[in-house]
Design a binder for this molecule. Structure first.
Ligand code: ZN
Length: 267
């Protein structure tokens, strides 16, 4: 049985800690100190570190974790060039990482947010980094819109029950944007209510699931007539295929000042 715990870090990052008995793995440690506290508290040995991409809010803690471990050093897995000065076991599309007998992860190359971006999946879990957020997706920093669209669609094709652990707590802001597009989508309103309650208790809104994302995430709903209509209204023109709708949504969201103006719906 794999236990997954959120370690809040930096401003709104989550470092995900996977534990199997006394063994632990962390995904995207942007800083070391909160990870060390969790390892100490849970009496875990850190076996491995998984990196999704090179941004420092995902990698900033790796050097310190390598320097400060007790026992055998954790193996760091990541895309080529992610931390040139540190020992990283480079992985890419379709590679398999056997962490424990109970957990084997498959690597998915999902460029777009960055060109080196990877996701890790296995045992019904998905770690999409900054590619797929709950009710949103990553910004386009290095790749093309086609790449980001393909990456998000690809993750959307995973089994609906896949538990999904994005690297940031952006859910409420994303839901505000989604609710603006689809004001009559009751599932968005219900999720916003649950997410608001979680955040009021200072709990993560995550994990999410691929099914929930199909229900609420506009970037996976580009084939929905309501989403198309909203995107066309914003663009002021008729739009073509789902990629074009995705592209309008991504650019719109980059410039939107959507804040948490969600109305608490009925229970
Ligand atoms: Zn990033």
């Amino acid at each position: 049985m794999i236990e997954v715990t959120a370690i809040p870090a930096l401003r709104d990052n989550y470092i995900w800690l996977l534990a199997h008995g006394p063994q632990a793995v962390v995904v995207d440690p942007g800083e070391a100190e909160p990870v060390r506290r969790h390892l100490m508290h849970g009496h875990y040995h850190l076996d491995a570190i998984l990196l999704t991409h090179h941004h420092t809010d995902h990698t900033g803690g790796v050097a310190e974790l390598l320097a400060s471990h007790a026992g055998p050093p954790p193996v760091v897995y990541g895309p080529p060039g992610v931390l040139p000065d540190l020992p990283v076991r480079t992985v890419g599309e379709a590679d398999r990482i056997r962490l424990w007998p109970a957990l084997e992860l498959t690597v998915l190359a999902v460029p777009g947010h960055t060109l080196d971006h990877l996701a890790y999946r296995g045992s019904g879990l998905l770690f999409p980094g900054d590619t797929l957020f709950s009710a949103g997706c990553g910004r386009l920093f290095e790749g093309t819109m086609e790449q980001l669209f393909a990456a998000v669609e690809r993750l959307g094709c995973l089994p609906a029950s896949t538990r999904t652990y994005p690297a940031h707590e952006y859910t409420l802001a994303n839901l505000a944007f989604a609710a603006g597009l689809e004001p009559d989508n009751a599932l968005i309103a219900q999720y916003a209510d649950r997410a608001t309650n979680a955040q009021m208790r200072q709990q993560p809104t995550l994990p999410t699931s691929i099914q929930l994302e199909h229900d609420v995430n506009p970037f996976l709903r580009t084939r929905e007539p309501t989403v198309r209509t909203a995107a066309e209204r914003h663009a002021g023109r008729t739009l073509g295929d789902p990629l074009e709708i995705f592209s309008v949504l991504r650019q719109w969201k980059d410039t939107s000042t959507c804040t948490l103006t969600l109305h608490r719906g009925p229970p």
